[in-house]
Design a protein around this ligand. Sequence first.
Ligand SMILES: *Cc1c(COP(=O)(O)O)cnc(C)c1O
Length: 438
Amino acid sequence: MADMAEPRKVLLTEDEIPSAWFNVVPALPNRPGPYLHPQTREPIGPEALAPLFPMALIQQEVSAEQWVDIPGPVIDTYRLWRPTPLVRALDLERALGTPARIYYKYEGGSPAGSHKPNTAVAQAFYNSAEGVRRLTTETGAGQWGSALAFACARFGLECRVYMVRTSYDSKPYRRSLMETWGASVVPSPSPETAAGRAVLAAQPDSPGSLGIAISEAVEVAAGADDTHYALGSVLNHVLLHQTVIGLELKEQLAKIAVQPDVLVACVGGGSNFGGFTFPLLAEKLAGRSQTRIVAVEPTAAPTLTKGRYDYDLGDQAGMTPLMPMYTLGSDFVPAPIHAGGLRYHGDSPIVSLLAKEGHIEAVAYPQSKVFEAAVQFARTEGILPAPEPAHAIRAVVDEALRCKEEGKTETIVFNLCGHGHFDLKAYEDYLSGDLLDV
Ligand SMILES: *Cc1c(COP(=O)(O)O)cnc(C)c1O
């Protein structure tokens, strides 16, 4: 059993919750290009986003300030589950027989079970402060929708969620969770919007996609004065809010005097990856560390590893600005793999530029290899990971096995950004041999 000299967990106290978010933009060697109007391809100004987002978030989207103060009511809500623990995966290390040290930051203890409330709470706060009455959004696996439903309940907002049809059918309990927090949930594509009707006319049994659901949620928000839209990933302000993870991590690593050799996180739109890595990435960009930073994605939606770097739309119908990013094309409809949160066609412009310029690495895995690692993690460390961070675990296991081969005592730290208690169908399929690679 555990050697008493080796701490299993590194904990912070509530007053060590960061009081400001970390904006990586001033630390970047180059900045991503501006967002462009989808028709004119001219750079858009803040006013173009005003029908969708409160001014505070629009300012954060284009901010060049290093630090952005976290409002008191947001910190008060963070206290429900933050700071989150940094845990040493001693039993996984032993099972692998690796000399590497493996740590994970666990974000699954939030009310919605993932990192997503870190930004949902901030977004709901700023919208309520500007007098907005209702938020619309899309959700894939249901994680973002449930995070926003929770946050809207805290700040007295109505919440309407367009849920990708395949997930709506396969994850009924996520829907119950959203409804318990008071949200209304609509399967997408839906007949409620012009965007949804256009897709249904062409393909009545469309499985839906995040791109389609975003079009629906944006259309509804743009058409109502009292309604705004909230996005759970990709945008700069979302990654900014998620840096509470990496700021806490930096404190925790300093407490045990550990310099990580490798940081690993999964990437759907890049928010848990960015939030987890940016504070330490800034040290690397400043030449103060040589930490390798690895982004992990599914082979079924290989945005960073196989996409093209170009301006593309964030949605399917062309309601969003064009953003410079790695993309598989805005009409990409991914195979219905279990990691719903990683099935997006694009990626954060900041994460995309970092990958393009070689500051971060990217790797892709098929889901059978991913679930093999997830089950090994559950059987050694106990926590049942969501299918998304199971991608990161796969990469961590492979890095640890490389260390074993090379006889290296490297320190590997990854973001366990959510638990998989709503993803048991995926585990059932894996355990019964029905999980397909696509
Ligand atoms: C949404 C989600 C993801 C993917 O989104 P990112 O913005 O890339 O973090 C990954 N893991 C979990 C648990 C999620 O809920």
